[in-house]
Design a protein around this ligand. Structure first.
Ligand SMILES: Cc1ncc(COP(=O)(O)O)c(C=O)c1O
Length: 406
């Protein structure tokens, strides 16, 4: 059957506006489209393909499991899920794991857990505090806890008792948190909101306030977790542990899986029958995630993230300076944001489109930030080539008649 990008507009719900190219194959940090054009992937499928495309060990893990057992549902457990849970518990703060299929589902579980936790103490302890520009997923509860009004508009009425505060504003948090607060939820590095790391003081202060008010501290590490920050989970950069952590994206390296990790005390709230998922923790997803975890949780891979981060940030800063298009790059590890300079505000998407014309795939984090989230093991030669292509794209963009900075 012949399908093209035009088919999208004929048969798909119009909630997306995909790029004009249709990728058909990937290997390492390169992808090829249906016309045979090759691209270097600095987007990682939105911070998902943590080990690039078709990593041989992930292909082996999924192939082996595909020939053994695909699905049993939650009325039976399975060996890959148990192994993955044991490994995640051993390598993090957590005592318990719950598996689901996406980041939104992991957060949905975490927020439901928070409400039940509050309820066990006092029915009025149901307020969830989160932050402007946060992103936690697209279910009704997760868009409501997320801090961007555009994602809830038209979907009202939304769940109640959610308070939004400015990110990294400890004084505002101190003012707002009370004995009615059941949880404070934050991304250690805000991803969709523009690649903004939390400050040390904010994370430490949030932990202290949660302890004082018997509220749960929830870290959404869907985007910044699984090695992307240069540590297995971003909280490890801060030396502050949450009560609940959500993981997805990189956890499956491209196969859909989500996880909620929790301390014993928090996990106990989700007693038998309180929450669930038919597919969550299925053997295929867990077999792949176990292989991802084994590969990423390796000091050589994690220190390689930092080295690659420096290379990319230096390259972006050089391009930014030469063409006046970016302010200094920010982010942790290989979750990198290049803010558009004042003259180029609102035009990050133009850089992505120009990049595609020059064979490099990047992302935006809102209209004002170019976002890069490549494979954690992207070869240095691919980084050099990608930066060359990105520079050519930027050079083309600034030479166009409509260039604002010109
Ligand atoms: C921090 C964060 N949380 C949650 C999500 C939602 O994950 P998913 O799209 O897998 O539901 C995302 C997705 O971008 C995210 O960046």
């Amino acid at each position: 059957m012949n399908v093209t990008r035009a088919t999208f507009n004929e048969v798909m719900v119009p909630n997306y506006s995909p790029a004009e190219i249709v990728p058909v194959r990937g290997l390492g940090s390169r992808i090829w489209d249906s016309l045979g054009h090759e691209y270097i992937d600095l987007a990682g499928g939105i911070a998902v393909t943590a080990l690039g495309h078709c990593h041989p060990k992930l292909v082996a893990a999924i192939s082996e499991q595909a020939g053994k057992l695909w699905h049993v549902s939650n009325v039976m457990t399975n060996e890959p899920a148990l192994r993955l849970a044991k490994k995640l518990v051993a390598s993090t703060f957590a005592d318990r794991a719950f598996f689901c299929n996406s980041g939104a589902e992991a957060n949905e579980a975490a927020f439901k857990l928070a409400r039940r936790y509050g309820n066990t103490i006092n029915p009025a302890k149901h307020e969830i505090i989160s932050f402007y520009n946060a992103f936690h997923g697209r279910t009704l509860f997760t868009v409501s806890v997320g801090g961007q009004a555009k994602y809830t508009q038209g979907f009202e009425p939304i769940p109640a008792a959610i308070t939004h505060l400015p990110f990294n504003d400890l004084a505002a948090l101190k003012n707002a948190v009370s004995d009615r607060t059941c949880a404070v939820v934050l991304e250690p590095v805000q991803g969709e909101g523009g690649i903004l790391p939390a400050t040390q003081a904010f994370i430490e202060g949030a932990r202290k306030l949660c302890d004082e008010h018997k509220a749960l501290l929830i870290f959404d590490e869907v985007q910044c977790g699984m090695g992307r920050s240069g540590k297995l989970y971003a909280y490890m950069n801060y030396g502050v542990t949450p009560d609940v952590l959500t993981s997805a994206k990189g956890l499956g390296g491209g196969f859909p899986i989500g996880a909620m990790l929790a301390t014993q005390k928090a996990a106990d709230v989700l007693a038998f029958g309180t929450h669930g998922s038919t597919y969550g923790g299925n053997p295929l997803a867990c077999a792949v995630a176990e292989a991802v975890h084994d590969l990423v949780n390796d000091p050589a891979v994690l220190s390689g993230v930092e080295a690659r981060s420096t290379l990319i940030k230096n390259g972006l800063n050089a391009i930014g300076k030469r063409y006046g298009i970016f302010d200094p790059a920010r982010g942790l590890g290989l979750l990198i944001g290049a803010p558009m300079s004042a003259a180029w505000k609102g035009r990050s998407k133009d850089v992505v489109n120009a990049g595609l014309r020059h064979g490099v795939w990047t992302l935006v984090a809102g209209p004002d930030v170019l976002r890069l989230a490549p494979s954690l093991i992207i070869p240095e030669a691919d980084i050099a080539e990608a930066l060359k292509r990105l520079e050519a794209a930027v050079a083309e963009l600034v030479s166009l008649p409509e260039a604002v900075g010109a």
